[in-house]
Design a protein. Structure first.
Length: 340
């Protein structure tokens, strides 16, 4: 999926949209029949798997070490920041800092909104532009980024962990290695922990047959979500996260400064193209879009309909869809092992 040409992705989206127009019988006004609605939804959505790719190989020791490293401020230049500073999972937060762009260790801000770490390992790639193939590759970046955590090099990170007494924990997590305290293993451990961050919500209960999992308003919102055409991009188990799309497919998006994937690929077709975000727990991850420019969920819904589909949604439809998206709120308690 990661290397699927944008033209093919767009053709697939058009086919999905046409399929919706031909096959969905639920009107935007009438209260949908629950069984019919579920059958329609299951054509486009799936429940979240219990394990992320690679999760079956992770050991308890690696997960425990990764959790500790996720909160380790020694991995920043001045000891003020950890992974959790920008991708907050403490206090039942949504894996983000709820800032337009994140504040780095030295007081500078990045140029993109921090995406959620929840369910991240299910995505086709990491970062808004997909420049990291997986969680481990992503974990290596912010520690050495001068605007983010700011360490000068990998060895500095390892020296700090050694000074903090991590050698025994790395040996326990990677027992077959002669010198387990490595930067690759640091990233591997963080990735192992992040693979445990899988949300749970009522929508999966609905897909699995629970008629009462969604209220009438939420069911109407689901019907509207499908009929409007949101499913052209937001489908699958994450309701997104599996494709790249141009920001402003129909109407020009106002922010023309961030060129998206083009900055990494140098392919002209990738100008203003970004990874489609997943929508699980979306109500907790404001502000929205790659530039963090939209403060509310209802505004994000209206903007996406306008810029991506060329549609202007009325207030009732917008609020219905927002009600459905809030049914994707994470209800899974986070059982931390050794958080500082």
């Amino acid at each position: 999926m990661q290397n699927t040409p944008l033209s093919i992705t767009r053709s697939l989206n058009i086919a999905i949209a046409l399929f919706c127009t031909l096959c969905l019988t639920t009107s935007l006004q009438a209260q949908p029949d629950t069984n019919v609605l579920r059958a329609q939804a299951k054509a486009f959505f799936k429940t979240l798997p219990e394990k992320m790719p690679g999760g079956n190989q992770d050991t308890a020791e690696q997960i425990e070490l990764g959790e500790k490293l996720y909160f380790e401020t020694a991995l920043s230049i001045n000891g003020t920041q950890s992974c959790n500073s920008c991708h907050r999972i403490d206090n039942s937060l949504g894996g983000v800092d709820n800032e337009k762009t994140s504040l780095g260790a030295l007081g500078k801000r990045g140029d993109r909104n921090a995406p959620t770490v929840w369910n991240a390992g299910f995505h086709i790639a990491q970062f808004w532009d997909g420049r990291a193939a997986d969680l481990a590759e992503q974990a290596k970046g912010p520690i050495l980024n001068p605007i983010e955590m700011g360490l000068p090099d990998e060895q500095t990170a390892l020296n700090r962990l050694q000074k903090a007494g991590y050698e025994a924990e790395f040996k326990k997590a990677f027992p077959s290695e002669v010198e387990p305290l490595t930067y690759d293993n640091l990233a591997a451990a963080i990735a192992a922990f992040e693979r445990t961050l899988i949300t749970q919500d009522r929508f999966d209960h609905f897909l699995s047959g629970d008629d009462k999992a969604l209220s009438d308003r939420e069911q109407q919102g689901l019907a509207d979500f499908m009929n409007v055409g949101c499913i052209a991009c937001h489908n699958g188990s994450l309701l997104g996260g599996q494709s790249y799309q141009k920001m402003g497919m129909v109407k020009t998006y106002p922010n023309q400064h961030d060129l998206g994937r083009f900055n990494s690929t140098k392919n002209p077709a990738d100008r203003f193209v970004f990874k489609v975000p997943g929508l699980r727990d979306i109500s907790h991850t404001a502000p929205y879009f790659h530039d963090g420019s939209v403060p509310t969920l209802t505004k994000a819904i209206q903007d996406m309909a306008y810029y991506q589909l060329g549609k202007e949604l009325d207030q009732k439809t917008t609020e219905n869809i927002a009600a459905f998206l809030k049914a994707l709120d994470n209800s899974k308690p986070l059982a931390m092992l050794n958080r500082k």
